[in-house]
Design a protein around this ligand. Structure first.
Ligand code: ADP
Ligand code: MG
Length: 468
């Protein structure tokens, strides 16, 4: 203002607002830089436009009963600065309030802090400042009084030109400059927010509840995710199991269809021939006998195929604990007649080993291998035909079946586990193929073959205590 007007102001300081206003009334000062326009002041002051808006607030003592409205102050002691605009306003509007006039806002606040009055009324920003500076910790805001200070620059009424000069100077200050000046004084609304203890406790509680709830949600969510994952994995396992089962059935049907094609068409032709010859009267005893042997052979071949396949479906057998040595003995027992006929000796080197699995199926697989060895021995007919069977356990349980029939020709050794591969006239070529599938898929085991000095050696390795 001084810069704008090129004049120097002389500042007069007063101890209290009351002294200042009294001095202005007497015409001892020319300008009051921030004053509220009140009816009584208009008698001795002129006012410019508003330069600053301040809020007035009713403050209460936290240890007293909560005050919610102005009416609750009727008949009560309320401290307010003597000569202030708010004091004038309250006297006129609410004469029921017992106003205690103090010399300053600080004095009013101190009275409230020591509970000598029920409430105090002060401007918000200044109250906040005093409360912090003087540790008036029992004072809390009750509510905003709907009476704001629209502070203007007041000038002595006896010097009307002063008002015109100051107003002009004010209007020449740009809006943003004014705003910046107000900010410098600390009049930012956000800064004035004061929470009382109860609100703070409430907010803290609310926060705790929200955080607890979020943690709860998070845990539930994680639990659900884990369960979903588990279910998905179980479903996948089930699907794999079903797929492999379907695969097996598919394979079985296509293999049977393949195996039966030939004998079925032979049987069909035989049948047609039989009827034709009968109609022609050519069917004699000898011809009929020939038909019978011929068709019997075909049918037997078909039965053989089915018997081979029964093993796959026998896996419905329940899992049980059994002694492997006993199963080997049983398999040998079942082959005994055939072996004796072929003059084959069995050399055993076994021990007691218990295992959980499908003993009957395993027995059939062993019979298969023994029968293959028998076929090879009968074909090659070496001296002292023998089959060595041994059983031992280290990391794996190992069963070895070795013959002395000279082994498998190197050109075909890679093919013997393939379906239909056979070198025998009446062979199906399915025995080793199925043995391998059942061992791998149902018993968590493997089968391999190698040629030794004497003959072929088949090795089965089973993972002990494996869960299938
Ligand atoms: N111990 C063995 N010694 C020599 N060759 C064998 C032996 N075991 C199997 N083989 C060969 O493997 C082929 C396939 O055997 P397998 O699958 O049981 O069918 P199949 O017995 O019906 O021929 C046999 O035809 C044979 O050539
Ligand atoms: Mg065979």
């Amino acid at each position: 203002m001084e810069n704008k007007l090129h004049v120097k102001f002389k500042y007069v300081y007063y101890h209290t607002w009351c002294d200042l206003i009294n001095s202005a009334k007497k015409g001892e000062i020319d300008i009051v830089f921030a004053a509220q326009k009140t009816p009584s002041r208009l008698n001795y002051l002129h006012f410019t436009d508003t330069v600053l808006i301040q809020q007035n607030m009713v403050l209460e003592n936290i240890n007293a009963k909560k005050i919610n409205s102005i009416k609750e102050l009727f008949g009560k002691k309320v401290a307010v600065t003597k000569g202030s605009a708010i004091s004038e306003y309250l006297q006129a509007k609410y004469p029921q309030i017992r106003l205690i006039q103090t010399h300053s806002e600080l004095e009013a606040l101190k009275l409230l802090n020591s509970k000598k009055v029920s409430a105090a009324i002060a401007e918000t920003v200044r109250a906040n400042y005093y409360i912090q500076k003087h540790n008036l910790n029992d004072i809390f805001p009750a509510f905003n009084l709907n009476y704001n200070y629209y502070l203007k620059i007041a000038t002595n009424i006896k010097e009307p030109v002063l008002n015109i000069i100051i107003s002009k100077a004010l209007n020449s200050i740009p809006q943003d400059k004014m705003k910046a000046l107000k900010l410098k004084w600390g009049y930012i609304k956000e800064k004035i927010v004061i929470f009382d203890k109860k609100t703070m406790i409430f907010i803290a509680l609310l926060f705790t509840i929200i955080i607890a709830f979020l943690i709860y949600l998070h845990t539930i969510n994680r639990k659900l995710k884990r369960e979903i994952l588990k279910k998905e994995q179980a479903l996948k396992r089930l699907k794999r199991l079903r797929d492999s089962k379907l695969n097996q059935i598919n394979q079985a049907i296509s293999i049977i269809a393949h195996q039966w094609k030939q004998p079925l068409s032979t049987l069909k032709a035989l049948n047609e021939l039989l009827i034709k010859e009968y109609k022609l009267g050519k069917l004699d005893e000898k011809a009929l006998k020939q038909y019978e042997t011929n068709s019997k052979k075909q049918i037997e071949y078909m039965i053989n195929t089915i018997n081979d396949f029964k093993e796959i479906f026998k896996i419905k057998e329940n899992k049980k604990t059994f002694n492997l040595k006993e199963i080997i003995d049983l398999a040998i027992d079942e082959c005994q007649a055939e072996l004796q006929k072929s003059n084959i000796k069995i050399k055993l080197n076994t021990r007691n080993i218990t295992l959980k699995g499908y003993p009957n199926t395993l027995k059939q697989l062993l019979i298969n291998l023994i029968s293959n060895a028998k076929d090879a021995l009968n074909q090659k007919n070496p001296k002292n035909k023998e089959i060595k069977i041994s059983l031992k356990q280290d990391d794996f349980i190992t069963i070895e079946i070795e013959d002395n029939a000279g082994g498998i020709p190197i050109e075909i050794i890679d093919k013997i586990f393939e379906p239909y591969f056979t070198t025998k006239k009446e062979g199906t070529g399915l025995g080793l193929y199925m043995t391998k599938i059942i061992l791998e898929e149902k018993m968590n085991a493997t089968i391999d073959v190698e040629n030794t000095k004497k003959g072929a050696k088949f090795t089965i390795k089973i993972k002990p205590r494996s869960e299938e």
